[in-house]
Design a protein. Sequence first.
Length: 368
Amino acid sequence: KKKIAIMTSGGDSPGMNGVVRACVRMAIHMGCDAYCVYEGYEGLVQGGNLIRKMEWHDVRGWLSEGGTLIGTARCMAFYERPGRLTAAKNMILNGIDALIICGGDGSLTGADKFRAEWPSLIEELVTKGELKPEQVQRYKHLNIVGLVGSIDNDLSGTDATIGCYSALARICYAVDLIEATASSHSRAFVIEVMGRHCGWLALMAGVATGADFIFIPEKPSEDNWREEMCSIVRQHRDLGKRKTIVIIAEGALDKQGGKITPTMVKDLLADKDGLGLDTRITTLGHVQRGGTAVAYDRMLATLQGVEAVRAVLEATPETETCFIAITENKIIRKPLMEAVIDTQKVAKAIQRQDFDEAMALRDAEFSE
Ligand code: ADP
């Protein structure tokens, strides 16, 4: 009987519990034993009761729970080979044949490194006498499949990450609430949303709430952004609009790569010699990550979880490590490292202020 383990890692996102539920139940359905690794890679490194066998009823009701009930953690030890060596030993001691990881690009990079190193980790464990050759016989190869859980929708190669539509819905709801006060008092609100290298949340929230102006990292504002924003806000006010909403991603930049902060935007809107608007800043923060998953994320979590179990069961030593994507509404397997590398390319392009490259990479994702 094969033993399949599932883990959530990196930042939590709505829908991760749906993933765990789907993987546990699909594994059992396929005649396997299902395990959960608690606390992300920390659970693999520490072992013990952080690796637990799960039954069908253990995940009952998890589809509608927010966050991740099996925990997630940043694990420094897993960045280093000795940490991964201990993780490999704990996997074998627990008899785990395959691992499904739901997390962001960091977690998936760690997963691929672990899989690539696996044969040498096993050899080292035997050489050091920590495991006997007969103990490792069955575990010559490690099957790994990734699922992308992130609110930022920042992974290349998939149209939506698990959690992004829940975060977007939460932002829209929060903006709707703020709009009541904005309209009543004729105020301006500068709303900061998450997204360090990815403006998807800010952009889509701006579209969905009819914001006056949006700042995102990939397409930094022109040198005249101050005049441009003020002129647009002025036009909207002249048309009779009583509220002003500006949405700014955490990682918003200007053309020189300088950070555009909510305070800078607020000071500009409030400037007595300009618009002179009564302006407030609202930082939505972790409210965006909390709460239950919207229907779309539950659907994605379930369908992708089922596909992930199929993929680990069908994988052979020759198959490339894959992650489960959704592309043009189809749940499909794609090479994991290609997507991670493409994702990192965007972040690096933004860091070196090559914004044309960053935009070209994002465009390529959508025209794939
Ligand atoms: P995310 O998965 O949301 O991008 P992180 O980048 O924090 O979040 O990654 C989560 C965990 O994955 C880290 O704490 C670490 O244990 C593991 N990890 C990330 N990157 C690597 C890497 N390059 N090598 C090994 N492990 C990694």
